[in-house]
Write a protein of this length. Structure first.
Length: 373
């Protein structure tokens, strides 16, 4: 093992990718893209430590997948790098964009073989097309396309990042700070996924697994003798509501747990703690919207959901269609894929005594199939 740390930058927001899914969460087989890259790098056994830089929204979910060191990124690539560098104690550091997803062992080893030659080892591709800069054709032999991974002397990179400017790669910062850089030939494999079409240029990525992921959710709320009643996102005609920290929409709460269960994302209490004042009296549809954004961002699609509302009262029949429509528009699926069932408990138990309502929900998800876009 070398005196070397790997930083994989994965805290970006994928704005230019223009899909609901963030590119780092596309699945390669079962694995999210970021884990696919990190595992490949770990297999080389060259790194004392592997740091994955992730955004505040993603970091807890990433920790469910593996025990790499996860560091919260910042609002720019440079800030994300700086946050991670503070955890680096090795003499050298290799930094790569997670979006350069097809880097392989041979490429890493070729870069590493130059260790110590310069403050920064930088892969590049030459340009084979005519280059025009503001109406002037310029000498393309003087232009380079810069790639990652870049191998830096840690102290040189840390010092360079103290400069007040923002740099788009490590080598530019080091050179601006008076350091040295060695260019080595890059690889087409190291092409960066920026736009959707970039996926077509990469041949190392196998399609996502076709598995269906299923989750269940269960919730109960007791009646309150005051307040409004909401169920399945719909206001129910009633002169009482539910006891709850939020608006008490027990059907949405069960649905959220089913969705989080299918996605492997924990449960509603972890995401929206019931001692947090932010969620006091909140419309549960707003909580569902937050969950749905995460579900799509993290690379899932929703196949269908099915809810069973166990209630002696109120009677649900007249509200089923409105619930289907309301929930399907938040879930962004067809109303036919949102099923609402109601049952009594034959006067048995707390539901039968009319003390409250219980809901069981089921949700089925699949991975977003990026090969079909
Ligand atoms: N605040 C940021 C911004 C970017 N990156 C990472 O830097 C790499 C290069 O960035 P880019 O390809 O631009 O990714 P995004 O920032 O996600 O894309 P976009 O600019 O389209 O939003 C990516 O691996 C990205 O995850 C990061 O760690 N922290
Ligand atoms: C670091 C980099 O990949 C080198 O080409 C590039 O500068 C990243 O730019 P982005 O705009 O953050 O994708």
């Amino acid at each position: 093992m070398l005196n070397l740390t790997l930083i994989l930058l994965a805290a970006g927001s994928s704005t230019r990718f223009e899909l609901d899914v963030k590119k780092q969460w596309l699945r390669v087989g079962q694995k999210p893209l970021w884990q696919f890259v990190a595992d490949k790098c770990e297999d080389t056994k060259h790194f004392e430590k592997i740091i994955v830089t992730s955004s505040r929204e993603d970091i807890e979910f990433m920790k469910n997948y593996s025990d790499f060191t996860f560091i919260e990124g910042g609002s720019t690539r440079g800030e994300s790098l700086q946050n991670s560098l503070s955890e680096v104690t090795t003499e050298y550091v290799l930094v790569s964009d997670i979006a350069r997803s097809c880097i392989n062992k041979e490429f890493l080893e070729r870069i590493i073989s130059h260790i110590g030659n310069s403050d920064c080892i930088v892969p590049y591709l030459p340009i084979n097309d005519t280059i025009v800069y503001e109406d002037n054709t310029i000498d393309r032999d003087k232009v380079k396309i810069i790639q990652t991974p870049q191998l830096s002397l840690t102290s040189a990179l840390k010092n360079a990042l103290e400069l007040p400017q923002e740099f788009t790669d490590e080598s530019s910062a080091i050179v601006a700070n008076g350091g040295s850089r060695e260019f080595i030939l890059g690889e087409l494999n190291a092409h960066k996924i920026t736009h959707l079409q970039d996926l077509k240029k990469l041949t190392c990525l196998s399609p996502p697994s076709d598995d269906t992921l299923s989750g269940t959710g269960f919730d109960v709320h007791a009646f309150d003798n005051k307040g409004n009643m909401y169920l399945g996102g719909v206001k129910i005609e009633s002169d009482y509501g539910f006891k709850a920290h939020s608006d008490g929409d027990v059907a949405i709460h069960a649905l959220i747990d089913a969705l989080l269960g299918a996605a492997g994302m924990g449960d509603i209490g972890m995401m929206f703690p019931d001692n947090d004042d932010v969620y006091k009296g909140i419309d549960s549809k707003e909580l569902l919207k937050i969950v749905i954004t995460k579900i799509y961002n993290f690379g899932f699609i929703i196949i269908n959901v099915d809810l069973t509302i166990a209630a002696e009262k109120p009677k649900i029949g007249n509200y089923k269609l409105a619930m289907r429509k309301t929930l399907s528009s938040i879930l962004n699926i067809e109303p036919s894929r949102v099923n609402i069932k109601a049952t009594t408990t034959e006067k048995l138990g707390f539901i039968g005594r009319g003390e409250g309502v219980g809901v069981i929900a089921n949700a089925n998800l699949k991975y977003f199939d990026w090969t079909k876009v």
